[in-house]
Design a protein around this ligand. Structure first.
Ligand code: ZN
Length: 477
């Protein structure tokens, strides 16, 4: 048992899904040929004037509402001075004393326990560009396409005491932002990024230790690992009588260690001052109310609706809502075939099985929810057998296409061929006198044996219902 306990706070940066950048009309889309999405404003040429993107302001207000923040009626922008070559202006337009959102709270569930994480603030700023280092040639390249992409920074209170809590919170924030439609939260593309401030203190102590800030965390796995490694490092320092230095540290995933990047700046190091180019904003109650009312249904309400209106199990609803792609797919399916339980079962069963086995992934699925809905409907209405539905799903995953076209092409419809049904079942009964005897003596379990044999031989030529009825009839003769 460790003699110390860790305390952590997070700074989460999320890029907003606006079409254009925050202070100019350049595209805010990810990627692109380096420096092809730049103009004099976002590449920081002297004499240019930024114009604030209204959509970005709307989105940060939405972010504030979904995290239960107070929205400032008066907000303004500041210049944060720093010069790294990824920001050609040598200052970032950000917000210091008057951010758009203050003091929110977000509920998380960690190992079955509910916990509330307090949000200190959320402010709107511009993203910096990207540096690409070519070590072999001792060169660095600057790509300014990302310069000026609207960014919100979510700053939490130091309310975390384990990596599990941190991960649960980030997952919750991702869901909230995705459902609110303001960030796609693709960690691998950097549209959501997280820095962790971390300190340890002796158990029972009321004072926090000196903190370090972990940067360069590109996945939830890296975040969990970096926290573990940094806690160990700080413990070793304190145990050997040394002290922790306030600094920013980079996590190296390959080596599994954190290394010092620079001493951690305090706010005064940035010499913030009001940006003279962006006028402050005063929001009216009507404006805020209308933005609040435009927020789409959030994850918790969706789970509730799926349970109450659709009769899904809470655990099933949690899985569907827990991945927005699956949730949208489910809704799309229900619009075509309104049988929530059957559709949910097929998604969570057959489709998820294949996804878990790596045969399919939601990101690159070759068919939509509407196509899956038709397949489930054909099965539920005895037009296609379960076995043939599996074959059709496999084909849809591999090559796309609609269930109807595949069933037509491969002749997979149930034909209700009563003559064939009679012939096949009569034969099975004639060839298996022993199970027939058992059934007649009251052993109901052997019925499954006859169903299995008949299904196998008929290959979907008759519906399960017709097979069942015919076997029952014959066995009771
Ligand atoms: Zn621009």
């Amino acid at each position: 048992m460790s003699a110390y306990f860790p305390t952590m706070g997070l700074e989460i940066h999320a890029e907003l899904l606006t079409k254009s950048k925050v202070f100019c009309t350049c595209s805010a889309e990810f990627g692109g040929t380096p420096n092809s999405r730049c103009c004099p404003v976002c590449s920081g040429l002297p004499g240019t004037l930024p114009v604030l993107n209204q959509k970005a302001v709307e989105y940060i207000i939405k972010a504030g509402y979904v995290m239960n923040c107070d929205i400032s009626r008066f907000t303004k922008w500041d210049r944060k001075n720093y010069f790294y070559p990824d920001l050609p202006k040598a200052y970032q337009i950000s917000q210091m004393p008057r951010p758009v959102c203050l003091s929110g709270k977000v509920n998380i569930k960690v190992n079955g326990e509910d916990k509330v994480i307090r949000i200190n603030r959320i402010h709107l700023e511009e993203d910096a560009g990207k540096l690409v280092h070519d070590d072999a040639r001792h060169l660095s390249y600057a790509d300014y396409n990302r310069c000026g992409v609207p960014l919100i920074e979510i700053v939490t209170e130091p309310d975390f005491h384990s990596a599990d809590e941190v991960i649960a919170f980030i997952e919750k924030i991702k869901l909230l932002l995705q459902y609110a439609g303001i960030c796609d939260c693709k960690m691998e593309q950097g549209s959501i990024r997280c820095d962790v401030n971390i300190s340890i203190a002796p158990k029972g102590s009321t004072e926090l230790g000196t903190r370090t800030e972990l940067k360069n965390l590109n996945s939830l796995k890296a975040i969990a690992k970096a926290i573990e490694v940094e806690i160990d490092r700080q413990e070793e320092l304190l145990e050997s009588g040394e002290r922790v230095i306030q600094q920013t540290r980079r996590f190296n995933e390959q080596l599994g260690e954190t290394t010092a990047m620079r001493s951690k700046e305090d706010a005064h190091d940035y010499r913030y001052f009001p940006d003279p180019d962006i006028p402050p904003i005063i929001f009216t109650e009507e404006e805020l109310e209308s933005i609040k009312n435009s927020i789409p249904e959030l994850p918790e309400q969706r789970v509730e609706r799926y349970v109450n209106e659709y009769g899904l199990k809470k655990a099933d609803a949690d899985i569907i809502v827990g991945d927005k792609k699956i949730c949208d797919f489910f809704d799309e399916a229900l619009a075509v075939y309104n049988n929530p339980k059957a559709v949910a079962n097929y998604i969570l069963g057959e489709l998820m099985n294949r996804i878990n086995r790596g045969e399919a992934d939601m990101e690159n699925l070759k068919f939509g929810g509407a196509d899956l809905a038709k397949l489930v409907e054909f099965m539920q209405t005895d037009k296609i057998s379960q076995a043939n539905a599996k074959a059709i799903l496999r084909e849809m995953i591999e090559n796309g296409g609609s269930a109807k076209d595949i069933a037509d092409r491969d002749d997979l419809w149930i034909k209700e061929d009563n003559d064939l049904l009679a012939k096949v079942v009569d034969e099975i009964i004639a060839n298996n006198p022993k199970p027939v005897e058992q059934y007649k003596n009251g052993d109901q379990k052997v019925f499954g044996f006859f169903m299995g044999q008949a299904n196998k031989a008929l290959k979907g030529a008759a519906s399960p219902k017709a097979i069942q009825e015919y076997i029952r009839k014959k066995l009771s003769e």
